[in-house]
Write a protein that binds this ligand. Structure first.
Ligand code: ARG
Length: 405
């Protein structure tokens, strides 16, 4: 096999995969590493890829693209998997696979590779996406094939002088990008065990948070968050600064037993301070500007959208059709949401929009009430008509419904 392009994170699995693929397939290995806002030193990662035996190592800054084309769409759709997880890892995978295929085409590679194990969702997302974009390129998953334990991987690396990353000491498995962090394995595998404080890096413990709440105002234009406290900022800066404020007030921790696509339940701990605040704010603003029936329809779509992202079906007409629906709704999602962040709690305390359907003169119980009270008498008469009719024609209740055995 000529050339294999690998999605290279710099962790143990992908570092071992470079020499393993080269030996097993007699191929040249090209590494691709993406900056998704994980804050790693990507120059170091590139050097490690080359030291592991890659013939070339590409580093791509895809943060803007990730925020604009993936994160923002999920935010507009209010997509939270199983009502809680903002999908940071899941949203990044179709982009990673897309770039991998692009580089594979440029490099004229015959295969792409990734470091996922055989138990997670990410292998599915990466491979389904790769096949959607170029089904003639082969996909190889070394960590699914080689059957090495962690200790054996480290030994394999030492024998070949492959630098072993310092992070191998951690008992946890983590994934991190600008939309959030996921942590699992280690002590977290016991769902009864409270997550230890030291797994968190983006959020303060409520115990250590300020004793005064922080207020933030998030402005949206057509569903896009555009400013914090009146200061306009591009999406990346907005996510970063909101993440800082929310994290400092302990907001954004999620401890979830979730249903994996591969059929098992897993316990995952997430930290997503900016995502939690933005989702709360967006959902609230959308609720303010939509009628009851549209709001309910949006919620149905939100759940479907989240499932689709989680299950690796990003590059499909279904997602595009849902985006079209969502964008139609966003035309009115303009306004400001005011939130109060306090010791881990994130609460909406104010909302306003030029398209808001809340009308105080209709809602008030005080002077200035414009609601037509008399009109409801006729409304109730018609509304209750079928209820009255069916009640009148109700069959007699049986004395006992207990079936004797
Ligand atoms: N369960 C999440 C998902 O499937 C996160 C997966 C990555 N988690 C990790 N700890 N490495 O999207």
């Amino acid at each position: 096999m000529g050339r294999i392009v690998i999605a290279y994170s710099g962790g143990l699995d992908t570092s071992v995969a470079v020499p393993w693929l080269a030996e097993r397939y007699g191929a040249e290995i090209v590494a691709v590493t993406m900056d998704l806002g994980q804050g790693a030193e990507l120059e170091e990662v590139r050097d490690r890829a080359l030291a592991s035996g890659a013939i070339r190592a590409h580093v791509l800054d895809v943060r803007e693209e990730f925020a604009r084309d993936f994160v923002l769409r999920a935010l507009k759709a209010d997509a939270l998997y199983e009502d809680r997880y903002p999908l940071a890892t899941a949203l990044a995978r179709p982009l990673i696979a897309q770039k991998l295929i692009e580089i594979a085409e440029i490099e004229q590679a015959t295969a792409v590779a990734h470091g996922c194990s055989g138990k997670g969702n990410d292998q599915v997302r990466l491979e389904v996406t790769a096949r959607a974009l170029n089904s003639s390129i082969r996909i190889i998953a070394p960590a699914r094939e080689w059957g090495m334990s962690r200790a054996e991987e480290i030994e394999y690396a030492r024998q070949r002088n492959v630098p072993v990353p310092a992070t191998v000491e951690s008992p946890y498995s983590t994934d991190f990008n600008l939309w959030g962090r996921a942590v699992d394995c280690g002590a977290l595998e016991d769902p009864w065990h409270e997550p230890p404080e030291d797994i968190y890096t983006l959020t303060k413990s409520p115990r250590e948070c300020p004793d005064e709440p922080a207020y933030v105002e998030v402005s949206f234009e057509r569903g896009v968050p555009t400013a914090i406290n009146g200061v306009a900022m591009p999406m990346l800066d907005l996510i970063a600064s909101l993440g800082t404020i929310a994290g400092a007030n302990g907001v954004g921790r999620i401890d979830l037993i979730e249903n994996r696509l591969v059929g098992i339940k897993s316990r995952e701990v997430y930290e997503a301070p900016a995502a939690v605040v933005l989702h709360a704010a967006h959902e609230e603003l959308q609720r303010l500007v939509t009628t009851a029936d549209l709001d309910r329809l949006c919620r149905d779509i939100s759940q479907k959208y989240a499932d689709l992202v989680y299950n690796g079906l990003w590059f499909t007409p279904t997602r595009e059709a849902m985006d079209a629906f969502v964008d139609t709704v966003q035309e009115r999602v303009t306004g400001v949401i005011r939130l109060k962040l306090f010791k881990g709690d994130c609460r909406i305390v104010g909302r306003k929009s030029p398209f808001g359907l809340y009308d105080q003169s209709l809602a008030t119980h005080d002077a200035g009430d414009m609601f037509d009270h008399a009109a409801t008498a006729g409304f109730i008469k018609i509304w209750g008509l079928p209820v009255e009719s069916t009640a009148k024609k109700a069959p007699k209740k049986r004395k006992s419904l207990v079936v004797s055995r």
